[in-house]
Design a protein. Structure first.
Length: 409
């Protein structure tokens, strides 16, 4: 991956750098320019936007679309080869189809529904913790807690059997695979997922329940029922991204607190009360306090400009690709006070980790609730939680999830 030379000479991509140096690098980068034209390993050039205000402007502007990627006209400019499977999901739809489907999903994942799910999330989190305590010794936080909790919540939301957890994990790994998996194996897994969901949608049409798939199977738009072809991309992105990303967030949250003695001590004084602001700070800055170096490279899924657009003084020409760098946007000193400080009480926190505007993460209310509950319950029940070894990360999956975080108490 290479950058276009600029007058300021501040590199992007950058790293790996120690977290404090990365924050300073971002400060100089954003002082120098709002965005960098970068040549990605796949898909060619893309403008990567760093400044918070410019990022929000692009994310809210319908002149930036993803259709050329969805149709295969363009390769997604990214630091790894973007999984073809994801191109079929709601994430790559544009208005008006995106708007239509999004409205229907938002009704099903409303803040009220998420509030109603919170009690079951707390109960299930404590079941998982009971099991960890009973088994004792050194436990793998990932498999025994961070992945199990969001899968249970997603199963409840969609109306699928949580006993099929291993299938969902396999399907998600295939859908997000960037290396190490044969195309034939990925295609077989995706066909199996499609068949599973198609059968489940048919059953929900015949016998609706109080779940998202039933709501979508019976949703009507201008007196037309949604087709399977419209419902499947919604279910796919929720299944593949819904538990994988949330598990990553929860792991980041717990690890960042375990690495920050002062903030952990503060969190333990009032886990439930501090969970909302702590969750936002984890989303913004948690990866900077997990103990490893920080790399500045990718961004959110790119768009293509449908006409010439000037953003923060920089012309983005028609046909050029543009992506938002949420790491930089969350450390923009114009938007975030003292961005290098990990502060779980921070009130003003305009990070873009869950995107913004037209493409704001559909599952954001659920992800936030699970992150808050997951962090609060584990530290309430096991306040002496500590690491018992170094975390292990998986590199062959787009989201680079951790597969092992050994903990004890």
């Amino acid at each position: 991956m290479t950058e276009t030379t600029t007058a300021g000479g501040v590199e992007f991509p950058y790293g790996p750098l120690p977290a404090p140096e990365a924050v300073e690098h971002l400060r100089r980068l954003m002082a120098d320019r709002p965005m960098t034209r970068t040549t990605m390993p796949y898909g060619g050039d893309v403008w990567v936007i760093h400044r918070n205000r410019a990022a929000k402007e692009v994310l809210g502007d319908a002149r930036f679309v993803r259709e050329p990627f969805r149709t295969g006209e363009r390769v997604v400019p990214f630091y790894v080869q973007f999984p073809d499977f994801l191109l079929t999901t709601l994430q790559f739809e544009d208005p008006p189809q995106h708007t239509k489907l999004r409205k229907l999903v938002q009704k099903a994942i409303s803040p009220r529904r998420v509030r109603d799910m919170r009690a079951s999330a707390v109960a299930f989190a404590n079941e998982l913790i009971d099991g960890m305590i009973e088994r004792g010794g050194v436990r793998n936080f990932i498999s025994e807690y961070a992945v199990s909790l969001p899968i249970e919540m997603l199963s409840s939301l969609l109306g699928v059997d949580s006993a099929d957890r291993e299938k969902f994990e396999r399907w998600a790994s295939s859908g997000l695979a960037v290396s190490g998996k044969a195309e034939e194996e990925i295609a077989a897994d995706m066909a199996e997922l499609a068949a599973y969901m198609t059968d489940l949608i048919a059953r929900r049409r015949a016998e609706p329940r109080d779940d998202l798939l039933s709501a979508l199977a019976h949703a009507r738009d201008r007196d037309e029922t949604l087709t399977d072809a419209e419902i499947l991309p919604i279910a796919f992105i929720l299944i593949v991204g819904g538990f994988d990303n949330t598990a990553n967030f929860l792991t980041t949250g717990v690890l960042s607190l375990l690495r920050s003695d002062e903030q952990r001590a503060l969190f333990l004084t009032d886990p439930d009360g501090l969970a909302p602001t702590a969750a936002e700070e984890v989303l913004r800055h948690g990866s900077f306090v997990m103990g490893g170096p920080v790399v500045g490279a990718g961004g959110l899924v790119p768009f293509v400009a449908t006409e010439d657009v000037v953003v923060d003084g920089q012309l983005i020409a028609r046909g050029e690709a543009v992506s938002v760098d949420p790491t930089a946007a969350g450390h923009d000193p114009e938007a975030v006070e003292d961005p290098g400080r990990f502060d779980i009480t921070r009130q003003a926190n305009p990070h873009l980790t869950l995107s913004h505007g037209l493409h704001h993460c559909l599952g954001a209310p659920l992800a936030r609730m699970e992150l808050q509950v997951g962090m609060a319950e584990i530290f309430k029940r096991i306040p002496d939680l500590r690491l018992a070894g170094e975390p292990v990360r998986r590199e062959d999956v787009l989201t680079r999830p951790m597969t092992s975080v050994p903990v004890t108490w």
